[in-house]
Design a protein around this ligand. Sequence first.
Ligand code: ZN
Ligand code: ZN
Length: 271
Amino acid sequence: MTGGLESYNRFALPQRTSLAIRVLGTYGGSAPGYRMTTFLIDGETALDAGSLTETLPFGAQRRVRRVVLTHAHFDHFASLPFLVANLVGRESAPLEVAAPEPVLFALRKHVFNDVTWPDFTRLPSPARPTLRFRPMSEGRPFRAGSVTLTPVPVSHLIPGYGYIVAKPGRSVVFSGDTAPTERLWQAARRVRNLKAIFLEVSFSDTQAEAARESKHMTPRLVAKELAKMPPKVPVYLYHMKPPSLARIRREIAALREPRLKLLESERSFRF
Ligand SMILES: [Zn+2]
Ligand SMILES: [Zn+2]
């Protein structure tokens, strides 16, 4: 009986050869209807964790095997402490939190430190913890179930990374939070079968100074970055600060650049 059910489920799953990306949160701030940055890859790997617990029911939360982080700013991990608390006692392996060491260091020191939140790498017991940190190396593909993720340093206030997400025959690039940057685009130009680029745009051009100080993009900067990217690939813009959205939308439309698409709400991609 159980075997029959399992094989039924296996056939019901989406084709493993495609790359499924659910955009659960696309904003760089929080307000009703504006969820913070979270992408779910093949249902089991979250890239950033701004809004995992408010978008996924418990069953889907339990299927998340790992959270990969671009950097340790709050809007990118806000739901992680609550996800971990919901997973205490899960039968399967601990939730992996993966990122280059500077990001993990910040989470250990400032979040899961037994002050701000319990140290779930030792709970409910050190032998069977709920959470496990997995350091990634810059520029090295990291195996994450159905895909590999390669972190590439970008240009933000604190150590931050873009990611090249790949499986055979298809790849996508995520910028993470960044000001104008170089290495990520160098790496992206070498990627084969690149299907999409997800790029941040946080502020309006009227807030250029705020963008410069906080190391983020505006539509005008995005237009300049386009020239460094591989040609023809669609560019999905995310991480808008909610109060800036209306202006950003007008400024992006005024660029009349068909490759640019503003990601304003939850959406599923299959590449
Ligand atoms: Zn952010
Ligand atoms: Zn940030």
